[in-house]
Design a protein around this ligand. Structure first.
Ligand SMILES: [Zn+2]
Length: 338
């Protein structure tokens, strides 16, 4: 049977007195799944590793990284930027004066300055938004130690790290915009579909993602992973209302058709964030995330009512609903699932 995984990027957030985005969002499709499914609380980011999609998503796909993941390799794969032998890629973010994401002409100026400083041996690609990709020979240590004087912008160089291994095959389809999930899927050997109109941004075309996922299900895929980037993007933009709206859109435009397709195929559906992202600070969060499995996983059947049935806590995919549950380690759970 086909296993479908929907990743709501950055959808969870730290618990406070007020409602979280998952609590504030109206999600009738997700709520109906929760009523008949099982909830768990999963640690997706191993202690000591940075919270982020490049750390969490490989684990969700079946390989738990032992060290920080190489974001440059992930972006190069996502954007199909070729690397010659002996070359590597570095993701570089352009930051504003408050160390938030730069916007507008600032990014192009930073890219041009970096290009001038690093030519001819290194090339600078612009990715979406504030993201750049530097590609070239492995000489970074040399020029990071001697940061070019004419590059005055605030840049964040992502550290080098481990590259996810090819442990999947084409029986797994990853549906995503051109970003971390697509790159990780490609590095791990999955089939990656980037639907036209899928941007990873709040205005992304989720219907196109649903259609691509249903094509894969109907085509006999063993596993279909659909990544939704918009909640994380909205949280980074420190826009709580946009984050709630992104979750609601995922419910209406993606989950409703996917639930129907899952039922037709007699498959299983899992919905979870990869990690948290706080819309007040714009920062990632490594707390364990809520996870929904539908239909309920056999070994958990019934148990959630005893462990998770806090009086007055609605049975929804929220941080608060799973707070009483024991934390499940991703590595252990994937071993059980295999
Ligand atoms: Zn993020």
């Amino acid at each position: 049977v086909v296993a479908i995984l929907v990743i709501l990027d950055g959808a969870s957030e730290p618990l406070r007195a007020g409602p979280t985005s998952l609590e504030a969002a109206r999600t009738p499709a997700l709520d109906a799944l929760c009523a008949g499914g099982s909830l768990s609380r999963v640690r997706t980011v191993a202690p000591g590793l940075p919270a982020g999609s490049e750390t969490a998503i490989p684990g969700l796909l079946g390989w738990v990284p032992p060290a920080p993941v190489d974001r440059g390799a992930v972006e190069a794969a996502a954007h199909e930027v070729p690397l010659a032998t002996g070359e590597r890629a570095w993701r570089v973010d352009v930051l504003d004066h408050e160390r938030g994401r730069a916007v507008g002409g600032e990014i192009e100026r930073a890219a041009a300055d970096l290009r001038a400083a690093l030519a001819p041996r290194h090339r600078v690609h612009r990715l979406a938004g504030h993201r750049l990709l530097v590609v070239g020979p492995e000489e970074r240590r040399f020029w990071v130690a001697q940061r070019p004087e004419n590059v005055t912008h605030r840049l964040r160089w992502w550290p080098e790290g481990v590259v996810p291994p090819r442990v999947l095959d084409l029986s797994t389809t990853v549906v995503a915009a051109r970003g971390a999930a697509a790159g990780i899927g490609r590095l791990m050997g999955a089939r990656v579909v980037v639907p036209a109109g899928a941007t990873g941004q709040p205005e992304t075309d989720l219907s196109a993602k649903a259609a691509a996922a249903i094509d894969a299900i109907d085509g006999g895929a063993a596993r279909v992973v659909v990544h939704v980037g918009a909640p994380d993007e909205a949280a980074h933009a420190r826009d709580p209302a946009a984050k709630v709206a992104a979750i609601e859109r995922a419910d209406a435009q993606l989950l409703i058709p996917l639930v129907a397709a899952t039922r037709r195929a007699k498959g299983t559906l899992r919905v979870m964030p990869d990690h948290g992202c706080d819309p007040r600070t714009g920062l990632h969060d490594d707390a364990p995330v809520p996870c929904l499995d539908w239909p309920p996983r056999a070994q958990e059947c019934g148990s959630h009512h005893r462990r998770g049935g806090q009086i007055g806590t609605p049975r929804r995919l929220t941080e608060r609903a799973v707070a009483p549950l024991a934390v499940v380690e991703l590595a252990a759970r994937e071993a059980v699932a295999a």
